[in-house]
Design a binder for this molecule. Structure first.
Ligand SMILES: *Cc1c(COP(=O)(O)O)cnc(C)c1O
Length: 391
């Protein structure tokens, strides 16, 4: 174990291009966390000075996050991450629907497993689930959503931006049409937060999930946004933390780190958008010069740091192995799907064949990715693809 750690520290040649899987913590996030390991160690639930200070830190973090999302601090509930927030949102919305006899839920074929798996479970409990298709560009059509709506539709769940292909969904339009019809709207904004200007009232969102480690905050902490009057269903039972919506002593350090990371990412949205767009253009020019390539998903309605590209006749798993010899960390789709040889459900939903889907490489950049690194990645990919094709 120690040798792994030492090796990791010594390995300065690593190029990290897997920021949709997780990100490096920002200095601001680390600094915001440190006091809570040392001087500010009180339990926010304790009715004394140490507790009061921790409670104050929680509310400060809620204010910071609420300012970014354009909502009220009281509507911010802390969870253990994006998965828990998605699970709680879906279970709560299902329970609300059930009370008025509404057992139909609409979502999409390209959601993260943190949405798809709870939906599978709801289906077993008698809910009717419609998964909207996406077009070849990886984007849901609002007209198709309208056509799928029924009198018993309780919830629409559409992700803000996709984790594999980075496509951005027409959230604002979907929010408006749900609102007109009195249907709850949940959006998994885990990939969007810190990269896009998420605005809850503008977007018409009722339930929203965030995860800190996708925007340079710590792992194991996230947010569920919900109205103060929304009857959220607790997944974890116990104490009265989070106004009775989520039991368990809050991870104050991680919460402070998350808020600092989000505030920082949001303050530099335009700058990082520009930086990432330039880098991606540069890389695409190089990558598309490789014969037999295709970009998966829309290039315009897309997170600026996402490249998802298939190479004809190539197994991405093999390509990843060769790339790792060059010190490059990338992905073959979603981290959850890699390791298994199952083709990505997202790429299949775009209409790729299983073979084409297995040839897809996901490169996700961050504000820290340099031009030099981008060039090295392109060089290594070209070289590895021709090595595999000539093997
Ligand atoms: C990473 C991710 C999640 C899960 O978040 P965790 O904090 O890792 O549980 C959910 N949805 C999307 C789109 C993600 O990218």
């Amino acid at each position: 174990m120690l040798s792994i750690l030492q090796k990791g520290q010594a390995d300065t040649a690593m190029i990290y291009a897997d920021n949709a899987a997780t990100t490096k913590m920002s200095k601001a996030a680390i600094e915001a966390m440190l006091p809570f390991f040392d001087t500010l160690y009180g339990n926010p639930g304790s009715p004394h000075e140490a507790g009061r200070r921790a409670q104050e830190a929680l509310w400060h973090a809620r204010e910071q996050i609420a300012a970014v999302l354009h909502c009220s601090a009281k509507q911010i509930y802390f969870t253990s991450g994006g998965s828990e927030a998605d699970n709680q949102a879906l279970c709560s919305a299902a329970a609300i629907g059930e009370r008025s006899g509404k057992r139909h839920i609409i979502s999409t074929a390209i959601e993260h497993p943190a949405v798809l798996k709870p939906l599978e479970q709801l289906k077993k409990r008698g809910f009717d689930i419609t998964l909207l298709p996406v077009h070849a560009d990886g984007i849901v059509r609002p007209a198709e959503l309208i056509a799928a709506i029924r009198p018993d539709t309780a919830l629409v769940s559409v992700m803000y931006a996709n984790n594999e292909i980075g496509t951005i969904q027409p959230v604002q339009e979907i929010g408006a049409l749900c609102r007109e019809r009195g249907i709850l709207f949940h959006s998994d904004a885990v990939q969007a937060a810190g990269q896009l200007p998420v605005n809850i009232p503008r977007d018409g969102i009722d339930l929203l999930a965030l995860s800190a480690h996708k925007f340079h905050g710590p792992k194991g902490i996230g947010v569920l946004y919900a109205d103060v009057n929304a009857p959220l269903k607790s997944l974890i039972l116990g104490g009265e933390q989070e106004r009775g919506r989520r039991a368990g002593t809050e991870n104050v350090a991680a919460i402070a780190g998350m808020a600092a990371a989000l505030a920082e990412a949001n303050a530099s949205l335009d700058r990082s958008h520009k930086h990432l767009s330039i880098l991606r253009e540069r890389m695409l020019t190089g990558l598309l010069a490789i014969p037999g390539t295709r970009i998966n998903g829309s290039l315009t309605k897309r997170l600026p740091g996402n490249i998802n590209i298939s190479f004809e006749g190539i197994e991405a798993e093999l390509l990843l192995l060769l790339l790792s010899e060059h010190g490059i960390c990338a992905s073959s789709g979603s981290a959850c799907a890699s390791g298994s040889m199952e083709p990505s459900h997202v790429l299949l939903a775009l209409g790729l064949s299983p073979t084409e889907a297995r040839g897809a490489l996901r490169l996700t950049l961050s504000g820290e990715t340099t031009e030099d690194e981008a060039d090295q990645i392109v060089c290594a990919v070209s070289e590895c693809v021709s090595r595999l094709r000539n093997a």
